[in-house]
Design a protein around this ligand. Structure first.
Ligand SMILES: [Zn+2]
Ligand SMILES: [Zn+2]
Length: 272
């Protein structure tokens, strides 16, 4: 029975807390039949890290891809090798260099900070104008979809995770017009939308995006959806994938996609 997690980090990402071997073991234990590893590649030269943080080294593409190419020969599970490109609009040459460095199966497009601000992970939201911040975020996310190369757009409203963790809330409805433009462009360009499951069991308590925006994407002609847990450690691998498949059926999708050599492969979710 098909079940795939298409957003995973291991120790090749500076914030990954599981080895590739531990990931494979955890994936099998979670009942997954297919995984796509998507190690971080941040394109803005550590500009989104506070000065007290250790700078992130470049992704070691050779070591990363060789390790997984070797592991997938014997692993009891299908493995695709991908990359999560963060802030390509803030380092276009570097992004292109890293995208050309390997024949990636899958490229996740991400935006973890707006220009001139830290990664949303490190921000203190007390006293912040969240409306202004989100408005900038969605404008720069639109620019990412419009001008960058990727297979599926990751965590559509990434900052909410951290806002809710700091005890604040946000009504996303005020950004519906901006979100609609992003989803419309994704659909028009034949790109994928990721359903990120990492916040299902935390204080935000929903998929990112949830039913409302997944349905909006479908109604705008969107056909490609990928599902990923964004796990950095073993306990989270595969969590929320079933919840996402159920939500996608309700939103009008009959299939989810995985990617091989950047081409979508569709899997009927009514057979699952
Ligand atoms: Zn991310
Ligand atoms: Zn990630």
């Amino acid at each position: 029975m098909f079940k795939a997690d298409c957003h995973l980090h291991t120790t090749f990402s500076p914030d990954g807390r599981q080895t590739p071997e531990q990931l494979i073991e955890a994936s099998v234990a979670a009942g997954l039949t297919e995984i796509t590893v998507t190690e971080h590649c941040e394109c803005n030269d550590n500009a989104a890290l506070p000065p007290e943080e250790t700078p992130w080294p470049d992704l070691d593409v050779k070591a990363y891809t060789e390790t997984y190419e070797k592991l997938r020969k014997t692993a009891p599970i299908k493995i695709n090798i991908g990359i999560e490109i963060g802030q390509a609009t803030q380092g276009r040459e570097y992004a292109e260099k890293m995208l050309s460095a390997y024949d990636w199966d899958f490229i996740l497009g991400s935006l973890h900070n707006v220009r001139g601000e830290y990664d949303f992970y490190y921000m203190n939201y007390e006293g912040k104008d969240l409306g202004m911040l989100f408005s900038q975020y969605f404008d720069q996310l639109y620019e990412t979809v419009d001008t960058c190369r990727f297979s599926s757009l990751s965590h559509l409203y990434y900052p909410v995770r951290y806002i809710y963790r700091q005890g604040q809330t946000l009504d996303l409805e005020q950004f519906d017009e901006k979100i609609k433009l992003i989803l419309e462009l994704l659909a028009k360009k034949g790109l994928g939308l990721e359903i990120n499951t990492s916040s299902v069991n935390d204080c935000f308590g929903d998929l990112v995006p949830g039913y409302k925006y997944a349905k909006m994407f479908r109604q705008l002609g969107g056909e490609i959806v990928t599902v990923g847990s964004d796990s950095h450690y073993t306990e989270k691998v595969g969590t929320g994938i079933d919840t996402a498949y159920k939500m996608l059926k309700e939103a009008g999708f009959s299939a989810v996609a995985t990617f091989e050599k950047q081409k979508p492969v569709f899997h009927n979710i009514y057979n699952i």
